[in-house]
Design a binder for this molecule. Structure first.
Ligand code: AMP
Length: 448
């Protein structure tokens, strides 16, 4: 495809042009920071998604899936300039037709776009969705940080009630706990609404201006575009300055104060431990009122804890992306890659993964010809099997059955194919019996 891919600040189009089909064979790798999911890791993901969906459904969330590409403008107008995602991490492309699209760096703005596009404001409010899939950020790959990673999101759109913040947090906590996380606590803050935030930002700006000479250049730049971002700066010098920075909670208007108090009351009622973190603002510019982050304890052995999930209220996002009305909403994004890699992850087994009790062996062309019919009889009866149909000798097939420690073997040879029968062999006692095919399911059901 003649799409031109570019990422903020990094000109990959040039290097892409250099790659010819010839030298490609020397570098057969997935793109940096992106990987193939397979084997145990695939099952870990699938098991997590199944459990997360199950919990979400119990709390009233319904599924939705949005495209991986969005109009670039939807992403930039929602997440906002002055954020790392928009300034540095977007994967954008121009189609042959001239559309400017972006690979989604998160699920919230696409969801709000879908809500507006499908006129969901006419449905009973709030509408509650869970959604998941890969998201893309051109960040520096490192421990727990990929360029393609998976998020599982929960969102409630169309209500400003504090209990919606609580249901999103509670459902998220339950999902993390079902996945094996223990002793979770949530960092929470309120950054107010348009009534009170302006006053706060003014105060914050004047505070940073007083310290401008000590501020690192990256934070001086942020001061011009998005001073709130300085609060979660990773710069050591800024961290010191932040210790005495004014906090947003002191500037909350009565309505925001009430909302925040109610959210905390719900958390207390549900025995969810929380820590009010006045420096928590979250990277994206669409947040209002509640913002929160959940950090696991020791999710990687000998490593510093990392954020597992983050979210908050985004009451003005709808207008930011061009909607005619505000849609009060709240949501959370759970980072799936970090959960399934954590030492405490329970290894939730996906439902399709069945441990086979039977190994199917076929011998001779007559038997091989009919073998798929027998496997189909077993599948319809929900009897999972293992097989190596490409093999021909009894010895090699038996060896695999033994290696896999499968308790029973079905042997289907030339004689059995003619007699419409199969040999059932108990691998522990080595005893075996010939069973007619019409009686096979009944016979297998009796086996322990
Ligand atoms: P965010 O959308 O940045 O609030 O992220 C929500 C969650 O996604 C975080 O708490 C992390 O668990 C996860 N996450 C964010 N960025 C990455 C990344 N680059 N690689 C893997 N997981 C990530």
């Amino acid at each position: 495809m003649a799409w031109l891919l570019s990422t903020g600040g990094i000109n990959e189009s040039k290097s892409m042009k250099k790659i010819t089909i010839k030298n490609r064979s020397q570098e057969i790798t997935s793109p940096k920071g992106m990987r193939d999911l397979m084997n145990e890791e695939y099952y870990s993901f699938q098991g997590f998604f199944e459990k997360a969906q199950e919990v979400a459904v119990y709390y009233g969330f319904k599924p939705i899936e949005t495209p991986m590409l969005e109009q670039e403008e939807i992403i930039t107008s929602s997440i906002g300039k002055g954020t790392d995602i928009v300034d540095k991490e977007m994967y954008t492309l121009k189609t042959k037709g001239g559309d400017h699209l972006a690979l989604r760096p998160e699920h919230t703005a696409p969801l709000m776009r879908a809500y507006i596009e499908h006129g969901m404001q006419t449905m009973p409010q709030p509408v509650m969705f869970y959604h998941s899939g890969p998201v893309f950020r051109h960040d520096k790959p490192q421990r727990g940080r990929y360029r393609q990673f998976w998020q599982f999101d929960l969102d409630a759109l169309g209500s400003e009630k504090s209990i919606m913040d609580a249901i999103v947090i509670k459902t998220c906590m339950n999902i993390l706990e079902e996945a094996g996380a223990e002793n979770l606590s949530i960092d929470i803050n309120s950054i107010g609404d348009k009534e009170c935030r302006n006053g706060y930002i003014k105060e914050l700006t004047s505070y940073y201006k007083k310290h401008i000479n000590q501020l690192p250049s990256v934070d001086r730049e942020r001061l011009k575009i998005n001073p709130l971002r300085i609060l979660d700066s990773k710069e050591e010098k800024t961290k010191e300055i932040n210790e005495s920075a004014p906090d947003s909670i002191s500037f909350l208007c009565p309505a925001c104060k009430k909302h925040f108090k109610e959210v905390l009351e719900y958390l207390e009622e549900m025995n969810i431990a929380y820590n009010i973190n006045k420096n928590l603002v979250r990277g994206l510019s669409y947040y209002t009122r509640t913002v929160f982050e959940i950090t696991g304890q020791g999710e990687m052995e000998n490593d510093a804890p990392m954020a597992l999930a983050g979210g908050g209220r985004y009451d003005y996002l709808a207008r930011q992306i061009g909607g005619k009305k505000d849609v009060p909403a709240v949501g959370v994004s759970i980072g799936v890659d970090r959960i399934v890699a954590a030492p405490w992850y329970k290894k939730l087994a996906p439902r399709i993964l069945k441990k086979p009790k039977i190994y199917f062996i076929q011998l001779g062309s007559e038997a091989k010809l009919k073998s798929l019919n027998i496997i189909e009889i077993l599948r319809k009866a929900h009897i999972p099997i293992a097989q190596s149909l490409s093999k021909d000798s009894l010895g090699s097939q038996l060896a695999i059955a033994e290696k896999l420690a499968i308790p029973y073997v079905l042997i289907f040879g030339v004689k059995e194919a003619l007699d419409n029968a199969v040999i059932v062999r108990d691998m522990s006692t080595r005893s075996q019996e010939t069973v007619k095919l019409p009686k096979l399911l009944e016979y297998l059901k009796e086996l322990k």
